[in-house]
Design a protein around this ligand. Structure first.
Ligand code: TMP
Length: 224
């Protein structure tokens, strides 16, 4: 694997856990510390998954708003394909350039949603993602832990705009949340659970502290 000088931070959790809000706040706070946040061409921006590349956004559309039924492995391979495109065309070059990247979902979503909730198996889902990852894993993965029932009500499902995954319902989201908890136990050095069922500012403070720890571990000096 190539030597990377940047930092990769992923935010995860079940639908409606608040990670998109937290990802945006984290970018603002890291940038305020003087760090080079986001891709150079979109400084300060969160990178969303699936998406953030032309192919990734097209694949996202199929996954979330396309045919109402997709075979589980079709779904899994489409997420992996969007991820492979993102890794090769955005993440690796930006990390080589020393950028600090904040991802709104990454590999662990596939492990929790497809591996656990769709019951395809974590190792099996990891195996089909590996060729596209080129050895890349986040420096830290922060999972916002919320009650999946509350999360689903806060998501598009709460106001009748559920996408294909949100439409799977509460039991599916409960398996997703259990999956993320299992991932935190299996990869304790990388995956951390953060109580997301608190005031936005309190959650943001914990997210920022964990992210800054990862930046410090990666040896980046905080600028002015
Ligand atoms: P978002 O709406 O939070 O951006 O995520 C898109 C949806 O896709 C969300 O319901 C989670 C789901 N998803 C998976 O099932 N597997 C994956 O690998 C990723 C990245 C997202």
């Amino acid at each position: 694997m190539r030597k990377l000088r940047g930092v990769l931070i992923s935010l995860e959790g079940c639908d409606g856990c608040g990670k998109s809000t937290q990802a945006a706040l984290l970018c603002e706070r890291l940038a305020a510390c003087g760090l080079p946040v986001g891709p150079a061409s979109a400084s300060g921006a969160v990178i969303r998954e699936p998406g953030a590349t032309p192919a990734g956004e097209a694949i996202r559309n199929v996954l979330l708003h396309g045919p109402s039924s997709l075979a589980p492995w079709t779904e899994t391979l489409l997420y992996a394909a969007a991820r492979a495109e993102l890794v090769e065309t955005v993440l690796l070059p930006e990390l080589e350039a020393g950028r600090v990247l904040v991802l709104d979902r990454f590999l662990d979503s596939s492990l929790a949603y497809q591996g656990f909730a769709r019951k395809l198996g974590v190792d099996e889902v990891l195996a089909v993602n590996e060729p596209g990852l080129h050895g890349l894993l986040p420096d830290v993965t922060l999972v916002l832990d919320v009650d999946p029932v509350v999360g689903l009500a806060r998501s598009g499902a709460g106001d009748g705009r559920a996408d294909r995954i949100e439409a799977e319902g509460v039991e599916f989201q409960q398996r997703v949340a259990a999956g993320f908890a299992a991932l935190a136990r299996r990869f304790p050095e990388r995956v951390r659970l953060i109580d997301g069922f608190r005031d936005v500012e309190l959650v943001a403070a914990d997210v920022e502290a964990a992210a800054l720890e990862a930046v410090a571990d990666a040896g980046l000096r905080l600028g002015g």
